[in-house]
Design a binder for this molecule. Structure first.
Ligand code: BGC
Length: 372
């Protein structure tokens, strides 16, 4: 699996893991230290060591060929979730699940549609459910239904709120969440801008950084935290900032292109930095930037999150300032491993974390090679 190839790359993240504790709910105060990565390393060590260790080997042995897995994805057309679900299915198969027993449903960004799909999975008596909720705020209802049916549940990508997670622990339910802490990705976005130096970023020399923010779905904690923490990294570095625009692009490339094009029309050269909560929107922003005749790295700076291949190509070419690797490989593997742990009775902690990785021109090729 691709995971081995990522070991060296993730060794940088390992430093953060050791500092912050992988899987802990603490906000990563620091991005991974920019130290020289050891040439060969194993998986990021788990400082908590309470959670089942991730590995390429099945989390437990056993015959899963007859086990039915139901997977709900909030929306198939989402680029990042497409990478996630593809890797999830392949990895489940590599663990011994039969392809015909893995059913993946498209929630079409509609909670009603997804709830019907969950009901159908329950009627079908699936052995385990992996759910990327359309609305994280529906988690309580979803959990009650699934737990009531006696089916273990692994939430992915869209984190339910703290009180909901607390219920799982209080009731000792077979329910967990697998995902990265979006505060870390926001911080990394901001740090990549700070690392360029104020002199370079403050193009108009007014002592402040003028930026626009293109947000994902505001209900989503990833969008909320990336919006907040990217800018916080600038102010934490002592930079003055001025927000010229803040718009909701709903994770969508076309929408972001339209929003950034409007913002460029309205604010023109005043815009120095474009923060996008994900790469799909950064790619849309780049189209608008190109059309406006602006040049990333020269008269504007642009960062995203996810490390989609197209974004990585842009980082390599200098047409995007940077992105943050949202490791769909380790997240999908952890989700599948968690499902296995429920099926074997080994169980899981109620939160299974992972680390983001900063991507600049320095390591973009390496990341691209590892995800190909
Ligand atoms: C990703 C986005 C994706 C969203 C879906 C985020 O973690 O960065 O690209 O659209 O998850 O929930």
């Amino acid at each position: 699996m691709k995971k081995k190839v990522l070991a060296a790359l993730l060794s940088v993240a390992m430093v953060a893991t050791l500092l912050a504790g992988c899987g802990s709910k603490e906000a990563p105060a620091e991005a991974p230290a920019e130290t020289e990565a050891p040439a060969e390393t194993e998986e990021p060590a788990d400082a908590d060591a309470e959670e089942p260790a991730e590995s390429d080997a099945p989390a437990a042995s056993g015959d899963f060929a007859d086990k039915k897995v139901g997977v709900c994805i909030y929306q198939f057309s989402d680029n990042f979730m497409t990478l996630f679900r593809t890797e999830l299915e392949n990895y489940l198969i590599s663990l011994g699940f039969a392809k015909e027993n893995i059913t993946i449903q498209d929630g079409q960004n509609d909670q009603g549609t997804q709830s019907n799909q969950i009901d159908a999975f329950i009627n079908d008596k699936v052995d385990v459910l992996i759910i990327n909720p359309v609305n994280s705020s529906s988690a309580e209802t979803i959990t009650d239904k699934v737990v009531g049916a006696g089916i273990p549940l692994v939430y992915i990508n869209r984190e339910p709120d703290e009180s909901e997670e607390q219920r799982w622990a209080d009731n000792n339910w077979d329910v967990t969440y697998v995902g990265c802490d979006a505060r870390q990705s926001g911080t990394m976005q901001g740090e990549m801008i700070v690392d360029l130096g104020l002199e370079k970023v403050d193009l108009n020399g007014d002592g402040k950084v003028q930026y626009i923010m293109i947000e994902g779905d505001p209900e989503n904690v990833d969008a909320k935290y990336r919006t907040e923490f990217s800018v916080k990294a600038l102010t934490d570095a002592g930079w003055e900032v001025e927000q010229l625009d803040d718009q909701v692009g709903n994770w969508d490339q076309v929408k972001a292109q339209e929003l950034v094009s409007n913002a460029l029309g309205q604010h023109g050269e005043k815009i120095e930095v474009v923060f996008c909560n994900n790469d799909a929107m950064a790619l849309g922003a780049l189209q608008a930037i190109d059309t406006a005749g602006r040049k990333v790295g020269e008269d504007i700076f642009l960062v995203g999150v996810d490390a989609l291949s197209e974004a990585l190509e842009n980082v390599i070419n200098g047409t995007m300032t940077g992105t943050v690797f949202n490791d769909h490989i380790s997240q999908s593997h952890s989700a599948a491993d968690a499902a296995v742990n429920y099926l074997t009775g080994a169980g899981n902690e109620h939160y299974i974390g992972c680390d983001y990785v900063k991507v600049t021109t320095e390591n973009a090729q390496e990341v691209l090679d590892s995800v190909k």
